[in-house]
Design a protein. Structure first.
Length: 441
């Protein structure tokens, strides 16, 4: 780029000067001709014809020599300027490379340069500290092999991404150091082609999040412990209120019964919250167990609908069931799957206005096994849809609704359970039109 700029500047200046010189020669041509043919007008001498011709030739040669000399000068100065420009650019580039090398070596973030096989060509000091090695111990090792055995499937997937030039951005994985300790890290791998060294293929970065993971683990364990401790007294309160409402302990006045029913409702919400927190904490800790057995999904759906029947009847919601004898005998965990169905149907009923409808479709084909729950509810604003499955998510359009009180953990729990069972969940939603959630088993 710099070379082209210098060349353009030099040619522009040279051509301008050359045109000026030619212009001066052209403009003074008649004067020179007059001087040569009538020299006695300007000088006290008389020239013979031969002398006049000689003088004409001489002047012409002088002019031509000046022009030729100037052209040669232009060519010589062009080369000199180009050499100087290249020298300056080379020095600047070398200085930039040297500065980059210093930044790369001294950066607090671990960086590693990989070849096309995923092997480590170079590593900065931070990377060596992260793995607890010297450069000779890590050079030539496959970057994607520094994972525990139980994470090898994910490591292989990331390796295939790398070989296929698929970007790897902030992937959360565990990595093993030389001492055998396991550290949590966010890794990214960027494409990096080098003409100087064609073996360079990618630049890997590592962000150590071990401390954050330990803190999250401690918080999760605390929530789990607190929820376990709360569950017993809350369950006891529920049992006593059920006894009072049953009439086994004597008749209640209308006012007493009304107050106990209110307390009973609040207690039911508390039980639901504690159960949700327990399930979330089990998933986070990794202690949730999948007990797969033969499961009839339509029976699970019907039991949840029975549970929600008071709300359904109160709002006059139409339930459209499209089971088609599907998913009556599949391998799944019925308890966990019921939690998923209960959350989806509860949300559908809660956020669908009076007179709306909820559709439940069970699919069982060679291509897929799926549960689809659609509603004609208030939907999810488009700008908030990317946060739907995050913890404590509460859409702006439900905050003011009386039915909108909740934990914000339901859909996070649903996604976590489905993925733990090897399935997936996706959705489409439009504000004020409704939502459709698809669970693939």
């Amino acid at each position: 780029m710099r070379k082209n700029i210098v060349l353009a500047e030099h040619l522009t200046i040279s051509l301008v000067v050359l045109f000026i010189m030619l212009g001066i020669v052209f403009l003074s041509f008649s004067l020179v001709q007059n001087i040569l043919t009538n020299p006695h007008k300007y000088f006290d001498i008389e020239l013979s014809l031969t002398e006049t011709q000689f003088l004409i030739v001489y002047v012409s040669l002088v002019v031509i020599s000046v022009l030729v000399s100037y052209i040669i000068y232009l060519l010589l100065t062009l080369r000199t300027r180009m050499e100087l420009a290249v020298l300056s650019a080379t020095k600047s580039l070398n200085f930039s490379l040297e500065q980059f090398k210093k930044l790369y070596e001294g950066a607090p973030v671990p960086y590693l340069i990989l070849n096309k096989k995923g092997e480590i060509n170079e590593s900065n000091k931070a990377a060596l500290r992260f793995f607890g090695v010297v450069e000779e111990e890590i050079k030539g090792q496959n970057f994607f092999a520094y994972q525990p055995k139980e994470d090898l499937d994910k490591a292989e997937k990331l390796f295939q991404y790398y070989k296929s030039d698929i970007p790897i951005n902030n992937e959360e994985i565990r990595m093993i150091t030389k001492s055998g300790s396991v550290r949590w890290a966010l890794i990214s791998v960027f494409e990096m082609r080098s003409h100087k060294d064609p073996t360079h293929r990618g630049l890997a970065t590592i962000f150590d999040i071990t401390e954050q993971k330990k803190l999250d683990q401690a918080k999760t364990e605390f929530v789990s412990l607190a929820s376990h401790q709360l569950r017993t007294p809350v369950a006891t309160v529920k049992w006593y209120m059920d006894m009072l409402l049953s009439g086994n302990l004597g008749e209640l006045s209308a006012k007493q019964e009304d107050y106990i029913k209110r307390v009973h409702g609040v207690n039911e919400e508390m039980v639901g919250l504690i159960d949700t927190l327990l399930n979330v904490s089990r998933i986070k800790i990794g202690s949730i167990e999948i007990d797969s057995k033969q499961t009839n999904v339509s029976k699970l759906v019907e039991s949840v609908l029975t549970e929600l029947s008071p709300q359904i009847e109160e709002k006059g919601i139409i339930i459209d069931k499209q089971y088609g004898n599907n998913l009556e005998n599949i391998k799944s965990d019925p308890k966990l799957l019921r939690i998923v169905i209960q959350n989806l149907l509860s949300n559908a009923v809660k956020y669908t206005p009076k007179g709306g409808s909820v559709t439940i479709i069970l699919k069982d084909s060679f291509i897929e096994k799926a549960i689809v729950v659609s509603d004609t509810g208030i939907g999810i604003p488009e700008k908030e849809q990317e946060k739907v499955f995050t913890k404590m998510f509460r859409a702006d359009n439900v905050r003011g609704l009386s039915e909108g009180q909740g934990t914000g953990l339901g859909l996070y729990l649903v996604k976590s359970i489905i993925e733990a069972m090897g399935g997936s969940i996706q959705f489409v939603s439009k504000e004020n039109k409704g939502s459709t959630f698809i669970i693939k088993l």
